[in-house]
Design a protein around this ligand. Sequence first.
Ligand SMILES: NC(=O)c1ccc[n+]([C@@H]2O[C@H](COP(=O)([O-])OP(=O)(O)OC[C@H]3O[C@@H](n4cnc5c(N)ncnc54)[C@H](O)[C@@H]3O)[C@@H](O)[C@H]2O)c1
Length: 255
Amino acid sequence: MRFDDKSVVITGGVGGIGQALVELFAVEGANVLFSDRSEEDCGDLSEALKRKGLDTHYLAGDLRQKNYCEALIAEAVLTYGGVDILINNAGIIPRGNILDTTDDMWFSALDVNLTAVFYLCRAAIPQMQKAGGGAIVNTSSTWGIYPGPGHIAYCTSKAALAALTKSLGRDHAPDGIRVNAVCPNEVNTPMLRSGFIARGIDPNNAIEELGKTVPLGHIAEPAEIADVIAFLASNDARYVCGETVEVSGAKPVYG
Ligand SMILES: NC(=O)c1ccc[n+]([C@@H]2O[C@H](COP(=O)([O-])OP(=O)(O)OC[C@H]3O[C@@H](n4cnc5c(N)ncnc54)[C@H](O)[C@@H]3O)[C@@H](O)[C@H]2O)c1
């Protein structure tokens, strides 16, 4: 299988795209260590996967803590002997223009969407160097490339993550470490649905309407993003490095 015996760390494993990723990598032979905030949610996911015959490990914690980010990589080394693939998928989306954005919203966006990735990559890269190579896939956003309206902290953090991806890709290509980012437009996950719910809009109707604005006819399902991430992590993408890959169903960013 594509990821036989590969040690894979996935953040945001309990979220919409995260669950698709954890299952895909486990099904395709990887040794998966996933991360998310809640011990209980992580345990539930691990149990549900066990019922499908899939073994995974998890370490719950808060990615805003440097110690936790470093412990996550150490846990993968302890459990699986190294880190071959790091998937930085976790993210948060504080909503608002600059006047709506509190210090806490701003720093939380930067801490989770950017600084945690810095800590995780800095801890994982020496492990990949030791192994003679590896792959890192970050989840930026089309809004990190073409900022959408009214999400100043989110768009700034995702743009910085795209830049971090390109810089790391250049710096560590000679080590055989490929670093890329996927940049989705709208995806049918709790992150998107929570925005509609907060505005009192039925998320199912809203997602159906949103689908009509996408040239391919629907917004992305989590598996459609997970498949691109898996491709970038796999040997099929062995000459792809330092790229930000837009996955939008041909929909441009409006607003
Ligand atoms: N859904 C979309 O429309 C969309 C579009 C473009 C990019 N993205 C990106 O895709 C990625 C996955 O998002 P999703 O849509 O699956 O959202 P989601 O909210 O379903 O999942 C995100 C996960 O990250 C975890 N997380 C957040 N903060 C954390 C913290 N401090 N410590 C540990 N875990 C934390 C959450 O608990 C959650 O399970 C994110 O980086 C997001 O920005 C999503």
